[in-house]
Design a protein around this ligand. Structure first.
Ligand code: WTA
Length: 637
């Protein structure tokens, strides 16, 4: 376990040191990991060119740190507990020793299929033990994993595969979520027909008979594993070798392949996990995030295992077989730290509190929140009903690009204020800037959130597109990392994230790019142009509102909505479907042709009084028409 902060004065000292002597600070943290060779330099950086290097010269393997050292010192401790979707499937677990054997075997399977250091491997699996094994095996042999969330469509898989050219894809015949069963292999087959570069597909057999295996290309997981040796030494990786690519949405263009590298990511997620959650050695940690997202990577998997802590994987959903499922799992596995998203809390809140009378929840010590701003009401509900008033809530702010948590309370140490992510972790230097990039000093202020100094876990590039990396994150405010988030700083210097200031929408904690959804909707033959915005939604945080210009305006809106849902599901995934659509005559555009989404957001939220300046619009009358159309739409429905 990595040393952690024990008191507020400890935090202040650590923070000061991390700012004044960052290299000494991080080399002391890094010294707690296992290295094959020490670094020659701790940090080299240049935000003008977006070049960041941590621990250059060092050699290590993250799986030696996550698995091997604990397989030696505590082989029988549970590394992963898996809880299935269906009650009758029960649960399974793997000890550190068993995990070492499984990962070594699967590493040999990958090698046997010709996967070498630096090759990409795509993983399209739900929350299964095998997902963890696949990721760790890639890391062990130096292959770069790219996990594709199992809710993405065939088209989305194709886009990602064409960007990063994996040799192998790993999937399962099916997945179950609540009452729903989804045949993942069929989706992969649809995608593989467009991606000849994929040489092999490894399929996990979960007993689904309706599945087609292509001779030569498709292999059963269990058959390959049966023949594999359980001996595989970890590959000696350079500190800055890639560890994984994870695609995420931005305001424009196709999803970006965020690239993280071995050593800095390892040190940062290991350190932040131990500190933020105030880890004790017997903790049972449960993060409900899927391995398809960064939270699943950094804390369900790497952060917990780097500290030798047992992590829980749950395949199902919070409301199946009933809305007490989360609380039952906490009681069943004696979970001590529970980390989830505000959207799940709000969804469960809507069922009331009577469910708690039959749940103990007495094992819980720390609660966490991630992925979107948590509203005060949900914070209090979570604190009172789940934490019984005794568990601190760590509201952790971070991003796919940051690798790990940047602003968050330290459990049991930082005094909390509901809905505030509170203070930066050691090593993190946040800065608020105005529209022109001028730093906003002092407290009781609001601005755009930037970070002015590197931290080890930050992304190093976008896969094969360093220029886009530089443009997206370091050019809007030169020499600063721009997060895309708005933020307030209160009188005590506490940070409160207010949400995205760019065109990224956060629906139920899923990051969705407006441009991607617009492109999908515009593929409908009746849609000439569209504009998509996010608006506040009681449970999802934000939902999608789409304004459409149609060739045939007399079309039945319900029929059109169904067709658009289908297109968006096929092109991106079900979670990106618009909540509402509205047919309009025109869109509010500036003279240079830019859509003023700010105005459309206000209209979607019925906030007609605060539309702001409309004088720069080419044709301001479209605004009145849209409002009129919306009020009519509401009175009709
Ligand atoms: C939002 C998820 C408020 C934010 C880890 C960020 C949050 C985006 C919080 C990144 C939080 C994440 N409070 N907003 N505690 N955590 N966000 O890449 O807008 O999926 O930029 O990473 O989620 O989403 P991503």
């Amino acid at each position: 376990m990595i040393d952690s902060i024990k008191s507020m004065s400890n935090y202040i000292d650590a923070y000061q040191k991390s700012i004044q002597e960052p290299e000494i600070f991080w080399s002391e943290v890094a010294a707690q990991f296992v290295w094959e060779r020490n670094w020659d330099s701790v940090l080299k950086w240049n935000f003008q060119t977006a070049d960041i290097k941590w621990f250059e010269g060092a050699k290590c393997n993250i799986t030696a740190n996550c698995i091997d050292r604990f397989a030696l010192t505590m082989p029988d401790k549970k590394a992963i507990i898996w809880e299935g979707n269906d009650l009758n499937t029960g649960s399974k677990s793997l000890t550190f020793k068993e995990l070492q054997i499984e990962v070594s075997k699967f590493s040999n399977v990958l090698k046997g299929l010709g996967v070498k250091k630096g090759d990409r491997v795509a993983i399209y699996l739900p929350m299964l033990m095998e997902g963890a094994i696949a990721m760790l095996s890639c890391a062990r042999i130096g292959a770069i994993h790219t996990v594709i969330f199992a809710g993405f469509s065939a088209q989305s898989i194709t886009d990602r595969v064409n960007d990063c050219d994996p040799k192998v894809i790993i999937t399962s015949d099916s997945m179950v979520r609540g009452e729903k069963k989804i045949n993942l292999k069929k989706i992969i087959d649809e995608s593989i027909s467009q991606t000849p570069q994929v040489k092999h597909c490894i399929v996990l057999n979960r007993g689904d008979e309706d599945i087609n295996m292509n001779h030569g290309k498709d292999h059963w997981w269990h058959e390959l594993m049966h023949e594999a040796s359980s001996n595989c030494e970890p590959e000696n990786m350079n500190a800055e070798d890639p560890l994984f690519i994870l695609y995420t949405s931005g305001s424009t263009g196709k999803p970006k392949g965020v690239l993280h590298t071995v050593a800095g990511y390892m040190v940062y997620v290991g350190y932040t996990f131990a500190n933020v959650f105030n880890i004790q050695k017997d903790d049972i940690f449960w993060c409900t995030a899927d391995i398809g997202w960064i939270t699943g990577h950094s804390y369900s998997l790497y952060g917990s295992l780097l500290n030798g802590i047992t992590t829980v994987f749950f395949e199902g959903i919070p409301t199946y077989p009933d809305h007490g499922r989360f609380w039952d799992i906490i009681d069943k596995h004696h979970v001590t730290i529970f980390y989830t998203a505000p959207t799940a809390i709000r969804a469960l809140e809507s069922f009331g509190t009577s469910v708690f009378s039959s749940k103990k929840l007495s094992s819980l010590r720390v609660l966490g929140s991630v992925g979107e701003p948590i509203n005060e009401e949900a914070w209090h509900w979570y604190h009172k009903n789940v934490g019984k008033g005794n568990c601190p809530i760590v509201d952790t702010w971070w991003q796919t690009e940051t690798g790990g948590i940047l602003i968050s309370p330290i459990a049991n140490i930082t005094p909390l204020i509901p809905a505030f992510a509170t203070l930066p972790l050691p090593g993190i230097q946040p800065m608020l800037v105005d529209e022109n990039g001028v730093e906003i000093m002092g407290n009781e202020v609001e601005g755009n959130l930037c970070i002015k100094f590197p931290w080890p876990g930050m992304a190093r590039s976008l896969y094969k597109n360093h220029h886009r990396f530089l443009e997206t994150y370091f050019s809007i405010y030169p020499s600063l990392y721009f997060t895309g988030d708005g933020c307030k700083r209160n009188k005590d210097g506490y940070y409160r994230i207010t949400g995205r200031v760019d065109d990224v929408i956060n629906v139920s904690g899923h990051r969705i790019g407006t441009g991607e959804v617009e492109d999908a909707i515009e593929a409908h033959s009746n849609v000439v142009e569209c504009a998509v915005v996010g608006y506040n939604h009681d449970i999802k945080g934000q939902a999608i509102y789409a304004y459409l210009i149609c060739l045939d305006k007399t079309v039945d809106v319900k029929v059109l909505k169904n067709e658009i849902d289908k297109i968006v599901s096929d092109k991106i995934g079900v979670f990106s479907r618009p909540e509402q659509i509205q047919i309009v005559d025109g869109l509010p555009k500036t003279r240079s042709g830019k859509i003023m989404r700010r105005i459309l957001r206000k209209i979607a939220e019925d906030d007609y009084a605060n539309l702001g300046d409309v004088s720069t619009l080419l044709d301001a009358s479209v605004v009145d028409q849209i409002i009129l159309g919306k009020t009519k739409k509401i009175s009709q429905s």
